[in-house]
Design a protein around this ligand. Sequence first.
Ligand code: GAL
Ligand code: MG
Length: 976
Amino acid sequence: MTDAPLDPLIALRPWEAPEVTSWGRLPMNAVDRRPGALPLDGDWRFELLSAPDAPVGGPWSSAHVPGVWTMQGTDDLPQYTNVRMPFPEYPPHSPAANPTGVYEREVDVPADWAGRRIVLQVGAAESVLLVHVDGRPVGISKDSHLAAEFDLTGVTRPGSPATVRLTVVKWSDASHIEDQDQWWHGGITRSVLLYATDPLHLADVTVRARYSGDLQVDCRVRDAGGALPAGWYLTGELDGRPLAQDAEFDRANAEDERVSDFLGEARLLTTVPEVRTWNAETPELYDLTVRLHRADGTVADTSRHRIGFRDVEIVGRDLLVNGERVFIRGVNRHDFHPLTGRTVSYDDMRADLVLLKRFGFNAIRTAHYPNDPTLYDLADELGFYVVDEADIESHDHAHEIADDPRYLNAFVDRVSRMVLRDKNHPSVVIWSLGNESDYGAGHDAAAGWVRRHDPTRPLQYEGAAKLGWADPGLASDIACPMYAPLEDCVAHALSGEQTKPLIPCEYSHAMGNSSGTLADHWAAIEATPGLQGGFIWEFWDHGILQRVSDGRPVGRGGAGLYDNGVAAPGYRWAYGGDFGETIHDGAFIADGVVFPDRTPKPAMYEHREIAAPVRIECFRHEGVVLTNHQHFRGFDWLAAVWELSLADGRTLTAPAELPELCPGETAAVPLPFVLPEDGGEAWLTLRVTTATDLPWAPRGTEVCVPQVRLRGPAAVDVAAVARQVEVDGEGLLVHPLLTVAPTLSLWRAPTDNDELGGMAQRWRNWGLDALVRKVVSVRQDAGHVTVEAEYAGATGVVRHRQVLTPVEGGVRVEEEAELPEAFDDVARVGTVFETMAGLDLLDWFGQGPWESYPDRSAGAPVGHHSLPVDDLFTPYLRPQESGGRHGVRRFTLSATDATGLAVVLDEPRQVSVTRYRAEDLTAATHHDELVPRTGCVVHIDAAHRGLGTASCGPDTFPSYRVAPGLHRWSWTLRVL
Ligand code: GAL
Ligand code: MG
């Protein structure tokens, strides 16, 4: 230690002072000056201290800004916890071992900034930021997800370099209110920049653009010198048309003795005739420019905005956008990247939103903090309803903090700064006070601030809504529960007691192979007035790309080391516990609808179909009824083709003409095909694509594939032939193409829902993962072999019978399994066998082409599908049941020379063909541990349990569970 006087920013120990939310930090505002600023991103000198009060002694290394040091080669690595804090200290304390990053660089302040007001903006730093310039303390700020600005006018000299030091303390009092379910990192996660303004400047701009076309722009003006110079005025333009300063407003101001010389206020007004209004379907934006003039007419400051005209209101129990009760097809989105942790580029954010648009989403909750500002620009442009959430989550210490006056300022500060920053975005339709922080006076104080400052938007807070959906108190206008059982939501809507829109802030937990019953949820939502949708949890699987050899995060250089959801050999997607942490919450961080590289999981296709803008229904077998299932637009942005899939293998197509329909309207159209007399089961599909290039999809992008059944299946007729079927001494079928004979399977590699919902443990207790087969009898009768076997588990025995009958070219297998009552609700009842190597292509008639399960099959149309076996498997981060296809009627598995096998099922069934046995998947913890087998593992299920969402929330419905008792199924195997 030295005797040098301690730096005041350190001496204050602001990391243990929740009352200190900032010092020297400028007020938040919505003036946009990013163009013209001096970017300070790039490599900075860097030293990682063991504690904030440890001496800075070098040697320097370097760190990239923006970026987290936890992903840049330091020994302080990412750590994942959900609820619990990663350290034992209680609020407001933090551990003595407290990684602290010191970032430093010289900044050349442009000489022509002389006389101007100079501002440093740090986009985001977690969790406490201390700013020094040339050794002088300049400021402090907290809130890891909002920018902090500091006035450097007096501390820098234009034309001379200045040394800027940003000290970032990782753990603090603020960590206790940033306990979101995500990785813990440390660093500067958003861009740093310097900009200059005239001393006379726009201090804030507040835009109110109404559905009626009325525009009001309220501006605040200040001068760095103090009193405002006389004669300043504003002008503005909207798409080139001039706005004028509201003279009446000025007159009233002139007479108002409260108006000071230090804060100028003025209003620009106009009404746009025939305004093109903004909504998520047609996000029309206008360019607004606001100019602040000096008395001589010269321009002192300019702010540019892209604005949208729209209204949001709650009427009765409905949330209305432009008077329409819109469905909220939402997702929760974190700022996440597998290489940079939390730093996301414009391209990344655009790619996120483009993908969401293509899969039918129209809403985002910025879980659980204000996202990068660019996200909102993109949401305005591409069309999303945004629930903008403040950076407050005190999950582990929620109850202690909610009423703690030491944290009161932090609550109000975080909420008010978010509102001040984002208030001009048409996409932001609801403010959220944060997440999982109990409910206390801090929330009411923040709510009070918002209600006064922005009466134009509703407010929500799950912690308040939890107290009573009909009466959530001051802090929520919306009943926004998490993972509420669907029946409770429906019951509330039907109870007559509903007073608020019911829009779950989280539902349908997408961890691993999940998202079961999504279609059932939406059927109820659409059928029940009072229900309007919700926000799926969540967008991302937060897997960090990790080098397996040394366990380190790869970091920024890792582009190209993954593809299609899978990390390259030698790498893997790390989840909790993979960086040597002892306190962690495992794979619970991998719970999104996309893989860490944004590859959509199959659940996305389910969502896409549920959100289909075009619906079709059969109309008395003569035609089809089409419905426009949108809120604001017609079908002119869509093109379509009819497709008829016949069981005999034919697929016919015909051009489709989409009728002109307003939202909600329907029209009957004649059947586009004369249904052939033969051909068996018949399905009519409308393949709908974009008709033109859109900002989020090139022309021809598939939008949905609604389908109706025109004719049911014909009975499968298989004639027995007089030949023998060969079985071995154990009664197992001997077949040249099979390496493992068909046996009974009651086990699937537990999904995350199976594990966390407790089902897998039950199945293990019953011994379903290790059934012991014992042949009881093998009877050769005229024309067939009957094999009786018993499969013994720990607590019960399943009787199983196979009747093997030779048929032309193969064998028919009729099976029966009788499950004891104790085996209530198993994963599956079916057959498993394995094939020889080389049969690498699966062709099937059934649902597809993507993975589907009994309770997640609405988005997989029936048709003739074909995929390489390797592409059938979905590489969930933690291996589990994967690759299933629902409603399969028949399939072939073939080699390149078209030899192979064909299977015909007695009725549509769940089938999977993968390279892995259920036990292979069960044993592995990460995808890279799996060693593909050369042959195929084939499951044909008489019954397969739905997926549900029990890893966090409701399990699948009883109708998707597998009952004990007798199951019967049959299938025919032939050689091609
Ligand atoms: C919610 C929480 C989310 C996440 C989710 C489970 O309770 O708000 O942040 O933890 O559960 O994945
Ligand atoms: Mg939480």
